[in-house]
Design a protein around this ligand. Structure first.
Ligand code: GRF
Length: 214
């Protein structure tokens, strides 16, 4: 996987969302707090659906948004190419998939492989896929957490950048992981903000499965 360090300061971020966008908000807040020190800025927010809080957060922040819905395209490949094109229009140094619930395809990876970061609510390689929190609970894991990793052509299989650990509590079985997911997201937001800032400020290389932040 290629690993071009972000060339510009501040690095340009396109953030992709599908839901409530609290990870996006955490990035926006960290940047707002000290734009010069953070080393990156969000230049656009993309989504795979309309009417989500993530897009509202972007609009409140005065950011351009775009939506690519799979059902508006003849095939998954066409959707992927359109998403890649819409993202590329904002010339990002890094793409941040922050709760974006779609697997990107060949065209997207051809353009953004090695520059696309995803956050996942489990300790990969355990419990990949759309139900990481629920699956960890169902398996009986005593600790779980979150993983920030580069996106490759698998489902949550790319090189790991950082992980955070969260303990499972007895009560977590009672609400099917709702409170557990909230505790994971608290850790996840801090981790994502830290990782994206360090990648942007310091540059990085990807050596096989190992990510080295300079
Ligand atoms: C995060 O836990 C992310 O890992 C998962 O969905 C959640 C998104 O949360 N895929 P938000 O939309 O950033 O609030």
């Amino acid at each position: 996987m290629a690993s071009p360090p972000p060339a510009r300061t501040p690095a340009r971020l396109v953030v992709l969302v599908s839901g409530s966008g609290t990870n996006l908000q955490a990035l926006l807040d960290a940047i707002d707090e000290n734009p010069a020190a953070y080393g990156a800025r969000v230049v656009a927010v993309g989504a795979d659906r309309n009417g989500i809080a993530g897009l509202e957060r972007a609009e409140r922040a005065g950011l351009p948004t775009f939506v690519c819905r799979v059902k508006d395209f003849g095939s998954r490949e066409e959707w992927d190419a359109a998403l890649a094109e819409a993202t590329a229009a904002y010339e990002p140094d890094l793409v941040v998939s922050a709760g974006f619930m779609k697997i990107v395809g060949k065209e997207f990876l051809a353009r953004f492989g090695g520059r696309c970061v995803n956050t996942h609510p489990a300790l990969l390689p355990s419990f990949p896929g759309a139900h990481g929190v629920r699956d960890a609970l169902a398996y009986g894991a005593r600790v779980t957490g979150c993983t920030v990793h580069f996106v490759d052509d698998g489902v949550d299989t790319g090189p790991i950048i950082a992980q955070g650990v969260v303990e499972v509590r007895e009560q977590d079985y009672e609400d099917h992981g709702v409170a557990l997911h909230e505790r994971i997201k608290e850790v996840e937001r801090r981790l994502l903000v830290d990782v994206v800032g360090r990648l942007a400020r310091n540059g990085y290389r990807i050596e096989g499965r190992k990510v080295v932040i300079q």
